[in-house]
Design a protein. Sequence first.
Length: 189
Amino acid sequence: MKQIWKIDHDHSNLMILVKYLTITMISGNLTDYDLSLTTEDGTFSSTSKMMFKASASAIKTNNSKMDEQLYSPDFFDVEEHPFIWFEGKHFDEGITRQGHGFLQYLSNEHIMQGEITVKNITRPIVLKMLYDGTVIDEHGKTKAGFKVSGKILRSDFGMNWGGKTKAGKLILGDEVIIDGNIQLIAAIS
């Protein structure tokens, strides 16, 4: 039976991480996004559709000057390109072993192939999704949890700002790590 899943905003978080000054990672939290996922038989190995939309102006770094620069044409150019999109195209399930000895356990690792669009530029992306399980909560709602990770290059989306340190190293790395904990709610059909 087809099942539509929606994001549980109260129990989910998504962030991007980028190397800063080659010595630390800085993060930006996405605070305004929507996600829906459709499964054909209620299991995630039968996922047929996934759509994600985020407001580019809702990435918050806890540094107002940095946020202003992120929203500028140097990066997301939120005036011209207010949204970030992801569409899942292919969802594979694989079982992998993790841990050692008596700590070894089976984990449910999924790979989502899709396309991400930033600044009207669309590129392929592969997301690793570690399925943490499905439960019925205290209110009778069916929920599922995932740990999500992936990587893109900001230069692939025209974000070529290249400030340098006095030693000539890039202030901001090109690789952007996507990291999140996602809780989905089964929508009532």
